[in-house]
Design a protein around this ligand. Structure first.
Ligand code: NAD
Length: 467
């Protein structure tokens, strides 16, 4: 496909979606539900195709595909279908005394044409989840899946072409130049999921058209392990949250801040849990069907460099460290003796390396986090409500979980997203609907009624008190 052909086809689709978006303003809840049902039906009748596509990209285990790619999307669809009618209902607001006689409400109009740019790590979920919100809100959408997961990208294209007319939803596959051409179009909203670095590029491009954005970004999400904790419970949850999808999860605990006096016990527990989850039959983790692979050579090299840089600067790999290049295998790895001078504490790891840092008191842990960009997620493992509340109040993060990790992504009633460096705007359920809606302020005045004649000239209130 030449770039010229590509851009022409993008332009034509964009124009047809522009016209469609105007007619969609008056779409009913039933019509939007119908579109979502069509999507739901396709997914349910092509489960094996979806699993095969995602597995082909980076050997993501089928149960992980079912839970984190398919179920997440189908539950988002179900939730939207159940709630669209109430989400669309205008919200009445009260009338202040000086405006007595008027009525006001907020009307949720579709933003219009929207662009969804998706990453590779949950390639189905993070392209189709936002689409559910766009359709629920009555928008058109163009999806640009990640080029790093080509099998899933092709599957998404096929699905969208079989389910929707291109003037409602279309897919353009490709690399950066496709994304850049799309970003030059005056969309009404852009929903981007990816790295903070590309998020800045997207926001700059959106500024040219004053397009609103939702930026679902990444960063380093810490887990604080207070000494008042059930160590076995914490270790299980951390191992699952860190190594699911081979650590390539935006909300994986990036590093641990562990209270010094429980460090050794926690490391031992983590080692046991890794074995229990990924090597119960003692065949080696590389033989496990339940452990995914690094997405490509480039990212494997990045992980190798992170490990090398850390060990050269004095870190110790107390667990793991094995790499099988031929199959992009990187063993679950835990590092101690880490410092801020290491790349592993500078960049988002986005892979199966877990650095452990220690602290002596909660204030120290809070200060450490507050000296870094605000994370997408913050995890607190503690039996002490006081410790958990202190950390919750004194830190800022997109989301937070007490005594677990990652699972807040599945809670449709919560807003999902970051803050500043980890993102702008929120997704999921009602918050996703709102991201794709313009909350239009509507005031209805009675004909022949003027709330206060003093609003009109000639003015006579100079010198009067403002209360
Ligand atoms: P990425 O930013 O490299 O790419 C994301 C998308 O942007 C891809 O479709 C890519 O083609 C496109 N893109 C890349 N360069 C571009 C450019 N210069 N101009 C326009 N578009 C461009 O991210 P990734 O490597 O696919 O995903 C990993 C990152 O995404 C991590 O930082 C991770 O934390 C983050 N992430 C965040 C969430 C979330 O929900 N907040 C979820 C998953 C991943």
């Amino acid at each position: 496909m030449t770039e010229k052909f590509n851009s022409l086809s993008i332009d034509n689709t964009f124009n047809s979606q522009k016209s469609k978006s105007i007619s969609l303003r008056s779409s009913t809840a039933a019509e939007r539900i119908r579109q979502l049902e069509k999507l739901q039906d396709w997914i349910k009748s092509h489960l094996e195709d979806i699993r095969k596509g995602i597995f082909a990209d980076f050997k993501k285990p089928y149960p992980e595909i079912d839970a984190s790619e398919i179920f997440v999307v189908t539950s988002e669809i179900k939730h939207a279908i159940k709630n669209i009618e109430s989400w669309m209902k205008p919200t009445k607001v009260s009338t202040p005394l000086p405006m007595l006689g008027s009525n006001s409400h907020i009307q949720y109009e579709p933003k219009g044409t929207t662009l969804i740019i998706a990453p590779w790590n949950y390639p189905f979920n993070l392209a189709i989840g936002p689409l559910v919100s766009a359709l629920a809100a009555g928008c058109t959408a163009i999806i640009k899946p990640s080029e790093m997961t080509p099998h899933t990208s092709a599957l998404i294209k096929r699905m969208i072409e079989e389910v929707f007319e291109p003037e409602l939803v279309a897919v353009f596959e490709g690399e950066v130049e496709v994304a850049q051409h799309l970003l030059s179009k005056p969309f009404d909203h852009i929903f981007f999921t990816g790295s903070p670095a590309v998020g800045k590029i997207v926001m700059k491009a959106a500024a040219e058209n004053l397009t609103s954005v939702t930026l679902e970004l990444g960063g380093k999400s810490p887990a604080i392990i207070d000494s008042h904790v059930d160590i076995q419970d914490a270790a299980s949850k951390i191992v699952w949250g860190k190594y699911v999808n081979c650590g390539q999860t935006c909300i994986a605990p990036d590093y641990l801040l562990v209270q010094e006096n429980i460090k050794n016990e926690l490391i031992e527990a983590i080692q046991v849990k890794i074995k229990e989850m990924y090597d119960p039959k003692n065949k080696g983790i590389s033989q496990s069907k339940d452990y995914a692979r690094i997405v490509n050579d480039r990212h494997l090299k990045r992980m190798k460099n992170l490990l090398q840089d850390a060990t050269l600067k004095g870190a110790k790999a107390v667990i793991g460290g094995e790499i099988l290049e031929a199959e992009n295998y990187f063993e679950p790895t835990v590092l101690t003796e880490v410092s801020d001078k290491m790349d592993v504490m500078e960049e988002e790891i986005f892979g199966p390396i877990l650095p452990i840092m220690t602290y002596t008191n909660t204030t120290e842990a809070i200060q450490y986090i507050n000296n870094k960009p605000k994370p997408l997620a913050l995890y607190i493992f503690s039996n002490s409500e006081e410790v958990a509340n202190t950390i919750l109040i004194q830190t800022s993060s997109g989301g937070a979980v007490v005594n677990d990790c990652v699972v807040h992504f599945l809670q449709n009633e919560l807003p999902f997203g970051g803050v500043n460096n980890s993102g702008i705007g929120k997704a999921h359920g009602h918050f996703g609907f709102l991201a794709f809606s313009n909350e239009k302020a509507v005031l209805e005045q009675r004909v022949g009624f003027i709330p206060s004649k003093s609003l009109y000239p000639p003015y006579n209130f100079i010198g009067k008190k403002i209360s």
